[in-house]
Design a protein around this ligand. Structure first.
Ligand code: ZN
Length: 682
């Protein structure tokens, strides 16, 4: 017989992180709850892992095995991002390594792998279809990529490689940081600052003061470096700074007797280890290993994709460079490009982004966005009240299906900066529901947008408006998911596909029809005047071929290094990379140019963007191309909207993204859509 429940003891308090709650008790969670809750949930997850291993259906058990831990960690991580305190940060830092160690140990767990193999051989597993079939295949592949099929010496070597890669890539990143910080330039003659905007001058003055120096101090940190390259009249100073930036972490950046910060030998080691790892796991090269699980699938396919774009961009790239040289009236060096391009932009467009702000009051933008996508996607968004939140500025909304009235999920929106909140904009999932069991999803979107000032409403820049639409797109990918397998739900899709649902939303920020719905002057209610609208459109495509070639150059060098670079043929990896980048540079690169030595995207972590830099362009092609259906059939077309929701947005990773895309468009992605949007199509 069960013990009778004790009478409610008002002194005992239930830890609010232990139970999944759709009404997250943000008003009750304290920093002191974190460690005991996560420790208990980790212990429970270990126990469920043991149960999964002996389960008759380990695949199904695996899908929900860490549900409670996932929830608690996302709530804690979220609070640490938006309402941090020293106590909360300390608690988060104390649990984070344990939790990530647990997650990363799963594909290396031999007992679990054996259980999966046993299950995969059953009649039931062989008969699986749809998302569950894909989940099985993906799970088995993930184990294999983690080395599950290697013999014992192979497993030992794989572990060694991973340890070495973690160490060397950390050192790479430290070298970039240290050599960035080791350089500065202090000017004491005010006349040499000519051309710089007042904001950059005050920043340089403050940077000098912080070091107890006279004059103005410039560094290789992005804001300081970019301001000099874009505005400073004195070309000799620009050259000095450009050279310092592009020789960071090389032998040339050493001061005699100083610490060794040369990244060249580290790049060689990283590339060799990555290649060895790929071969050990049965792949031709590192690109094929990394892309195995992505939409592009192979390095060959990714290369073909960027080569096609390069060919189509090249002519306009040359023309732009000639136009800029003609405008400047001189041959241009690499340190002249940004400077003259800014002069040319100002001469051609005279476009001040600030002039758009009065047309973008936040409340109206958000309302308009809910209306547009309510109509297009067949949903309704309504504000919820009386829900606990982490800050009084936060709102919560519910999303219902318009026709069936089914409750799909809720989300929190937190738009303004605060001291206890991190920078940037992001979307996150708190609960992944079960659409079949009618459990709704829960998510959030956050930003750091211009707050209300001087008694006026919050007036946004156009870029900020795009940010809201972008994050709302990620959010809808989560909230409208109808995938039955939790692990494959919503935004858990391939890396080169995940930005489609977000980036496509930004297109509605450029169409006259949709702008007129939400972009209205906050005082007069007038839409954006046509002259201003045309300027904004034209400024968007200014030097688009250069912007594109720059990204393609990085993607090319990335794929070349991870597919075909051969030390015996090209011992100097920096020179090899420079030769590739030269084809994408508007000016001749000097012989000591070593951008690759500071390329943290590729080398600052064991995988990072390695072999994945092409994804930026890949995702842009997807969103530009998918949007052409709305363009043709109407930006408010409910037919296209429902189709998009049904075939892409609601399907998460339940099917190969290339298949989802083909189902929606009736064909493969067409890069011309991107070229057209960028004004590069002849
Ligand atoms: Zn995004």
């Amino acid at each position: 017989m069960r013990e009778p429940l004790p009478l409610v003891n008002l002194k005992t308090r239930m830890n609010p992180l232990l139970e999944i709650s759709f009404r997250v008790p943000f008003d009750k969670i304290q920093a002191s709850d974190v460690e005991p809750a996560i420790d208990a949930l980790l212990a429970a997850a270990h126990q469920r892992l043991d149960e999964t291993i002996v389960s008759a259906r380990p695949l199904h058990a695996l899908d929900t095995m860490t549900e409670n831990l996932d929830y608690a960690m996302s709530v804690v991580r979220h609070l640490e991002s938006v309402a941090t305190t020293p106590e909360l940060r300390a608690a988060f830092n104390a649990v984070q390594p344990k939790v990530s160690m647990f997650y990363s140990s799963l594909p290396l767990n031999e007992e679990l792998w054996k259980a999966m193999q046993r299950y995969a051989a059953t009649e039931e597993a062989r008969a699986l279809a749809g998302a569950m079939r894909r989940y099985l295949t993906k799970t088995m592949d993930a184990f294999k990529r983690a080395g599950a099929e290697l013999d014992p010496p192979g497993k030992t070597r794989l572990k060694e490689i991973d340890v070495l890669l973690a160490e060397i890539t950390t050192k790479f990143s430290e070298n970039v940081l240290d050599s960035t910080n080791a350089w500065d330039l202090v000017l004491t003659d005010e006349s040499r600052l000519a051309g710089l905007p007042p904001s950059a001058i005050s920043a340089a003055r403050a940077a000098a003061e912080a070091k107890g120096r006279e004059g103005w101090r410039f560094t290789l940190q992005a804001p300081s470096y970019m301001a000099v390259m874009t505005y400073l009249d004195d070309a000799r100073i620009r050259e000095q700074m450009w050279r310092a930036y592009n020789t960071r972490a090389t032998a040339a950046s050493h001061t005699a007797g100083g610490p060794d910060r040369n990244n060249q030998p580290l790049i060689v080691r990283i590339l060799e280890l990555r290649n060895e790892k790929a071969k050990l796991l049965g792949f031709r090269n590192f690109a094929d290993l990394v892309l195995d699980d992505r939409m592009a699938h192979t390095g060959d396919r990714a290369l073909q994709f960027i080569e096609d774009l390069r060919v189509k961009t090249d002519q306009r790239f040359r023309e732009e460079n000639q136009e800029l040289a003609a405008f400047a009236g001189q041959e241009l060096n690499p340190w002249d490009i940004a400077y003259w391009a800014e002069k040319q932009r100002a001469a051609l467009y005279d476009f001040d982004e600030e002039a758009l702000r009065p047309y973008f009051p936040l409340e109206r933008v958000v309302e308009g966005m809910f209306q547009i996508f309510g109509r297009v996607l067949g949903i309704s968004v309504t504000e919820e009240s009386g829900i606990p939140v982490w800050d009084p500025e936060v709102r919560r909304y519910a999303i219902h299906d318009r026709e069936s009235k089914k409750f799909l999920g809720s989300f929190y929106a937190d738009w303004y900066p605060r001291e206890n909140k991190r920078g940037g904009a992001w979307m996150d999932a708190l609960i992944t529901g079960d659409p079949a069991g009618h459990e709704p999803h829960l998510g959030l979107i956050c930003g750091n947008l211009t707050p209300p000032l001087d008694g006026k409403p919050a007036l946004l820049t156009h870029r900020e408006v795009e940010t809201i639409f972008h994050e709302f797109g990620h959010l809808l990918h989560h909230l409208l998911s109808s995938v039955e397998v939790r692990t494959l739900s919503g935004t858990s899709v391939a890396w080169d596909f995940v930005e489609l649902p977000s980036q496509i939303m930004e297109n509605w920020c450029w169409e006259r029809e949709s702008l007129d719905l939400f972009a209205r002057h906050f005082e007069t209610g007038e839409p954006i005047p046509d002259e201003l609208y045309q300027k904004m459109k034209r400024a968007k495509t200014f030097r688009a071929a250069n912007a594109q070639m720059r990204q393609l150059g990085f993607a090319f060098v990335d794929l070349a290094l991870h597919r075909e670079w051969d030390r015996s043929k090209d011992p100097d990896v920096v020179a090899y990379s420079r030769r590739i980048l030269q084809k994408f540079s508007p000016a001749t690169l000097p012989d000591d140019h070593a951008m690759i030595a500071g390329f943290t995207h590729l080398f600052a972590s064991p995988v990072g963007y390695g072999a994945g830099y092409y994804s930026y362009k890949w995702a842009e092609v997807l969103d530009a191309d998918a949007f052409t259906r709305f363009r043709k059939e109407g930006v408010f077309s409910e037919t296209v909207g429902r189709d998009y929701r049904e075939k892409i947005l609601s399907r998460g990773d339940s099917e190969d993204p290339a298949v989802l895309y083909r189902e929606f468009m009736g064909r493969d992605p067409d890069p011309d859509a991107l070229l057209e949007r960028a004004g590069l199509l002849k």
